[in-house]
Design a protein around this ligand. Structure first.
Ligand code: GLY
Length: 352
């Protein structure tokens, strides 16, 4: 070891071999890993995600330290949820549309190359985030939907699979039975409140030690949606957005309310005007409330839905905000843990 090479630098360079080996596990990597010795870090590496992304931020952060590309890191992070049958808001195991068919949406942006990719209403493929990455990497387009998106995925070696798990089928059948008291499906005892439909999703945003930024959002969308509906997740500027000079942002929650304010783009624009990530997320939520139609507001004027924004900036600062108290996952260099979001309103006691 040369006298100039610190122990940390030596360990970082020794990690190159390990990282190169692991890179072979990443399908279609954006680039081979390039670990950076800590003395040359330009930014504080960080990974931020929605509350279901604790494993995602751990995975993404580990990959950032191994020198992985920023987009490869966030995609490998969210794939954990996409492949998990127990997360019924994302990928395999996601709740289906009104016809009982799982239709998935995803989008991503890669700061260093200024590229974007997305898929909407994709059926039969467990990991739409990866397909969005392939649209970004290998095509002149940004957004593929439906049958074309599936054919595209199959051409790259993805397997078509049944995404409806027994649990998701049971929840869907229960919803359908209780939908209309006059239809031919007999109501089943209402063991759960089906009036509030889940809108889970996962967003993950990361900054590498080089200061490169990426974002990805992937979802099975609003449960029992009208077939063909796409939400905010696959829409660049709504579900997620990255500007490598500024930062990245993403969203989970009621997609229709986010689409109208181009929330991820708006959050990045607020950060461009020097707002901290948390303040930028809160400001975007205020815009959402301004643009909410009366039918979606309670008697107290507060939204009857949930919506969350997550953000990181170029320096590795991060934050999140939601309409009502919530949590999000972040790895800040020390540990991956859940933190409280900033929020606009305490939920009124009457609506609990
Ligand atoms: N935010 C997810 C959706 O509305 O589909």
């Amino acid at each position: 070891m040369s006298e100039q090479l610190s122990r940390r630098e030596f360990l970082a360079s020794a990690a190159v071999g390990v990282a190169a080996a692991r890179a072979r596990d990443i399908p279609f990597p954006m680039r081979p890993p390039q670990p950076l010795p800590p003395s040359r870090w330009a930014a504080k590496p960080v990974a931020v995600s929605s509350a279901n992304g604790l494993r995602a931020v751990q995975k993404a952060f580990d990959m950032l330290l191994q020198g992985a590309d920023t987009l490869d890191a966030v995609i490998e992070g969210v794939k954990i949820q996409e492949l998990d049958p127990n997360d019924d808001s994302v990928g395999y195991g996601g709740l289906p549309n009104a016809d009982g068919v799982v239709q998935l949406d995803a989008s991503c942006m890669h700061g260093p190359s200024k590229r974007a990719g997305a898929v909407g209403a994709l059926e039969g493929i467990k990991t739409p985030s990866e397909v969005a990455k392939l649209v970004l990497k290998y095509t002149n387009h940004i957004f593929l939907v439906g049958e074309g998106a599936k054919r595209f995925a199959l051409q790259y070696g993805f397997k078509e699979e049944d995404l409806l798990t027994p649990h998701a089928r049971e929840v869907w059948l229960h919803w359908r039975a209780n939908l209309n008291p006059t239809d031919d499906y007999l109501d089943v005892p209402e063991t759960q409140d089906m009036s509030v439909r889940p809108t889970g999703t996962i967003n993950c945003d990361a900054v590498t030690p080089q200061g490169d930024i990426s974002s990805v959002t992937t979802t099975s969308g609003l449960a029992f949606k009208i077939p063909g509906r796409v939400g905010d997740s696959p829409i660049i500027g709504a579900g997620q957005y990255t500007d490598n000079d500024v930062g990245a942002a993403g969203s989970t929650g009621r997609g229709e309310s986010n689409i109208k304010v181009c929330g991820a783009f708006l959050t990045v624009e607020f950060m461009r005007r020097s707002m901290k990530p948390t303040d930028a997320c809160l400001e975007t939520l205020k815009r959402v409330v301004q643009l909410t139609e009366p039918r979606l507001l309670g008697p107290d004027g507060k939204p009857k839905f949930s919506l969350n924004f997550y953000a990181v900036n170029k320096r590795g600062e991060f934050g999140a905000a939601s309409l009502y108290p919530g949590s999000y996952a972040a790895h800040d260099g020390k540990e991956a843990k859940l933190r409280d979001t900033a929020y606009l309103y305490e939920r009124p006691a009457a609506s609990r």
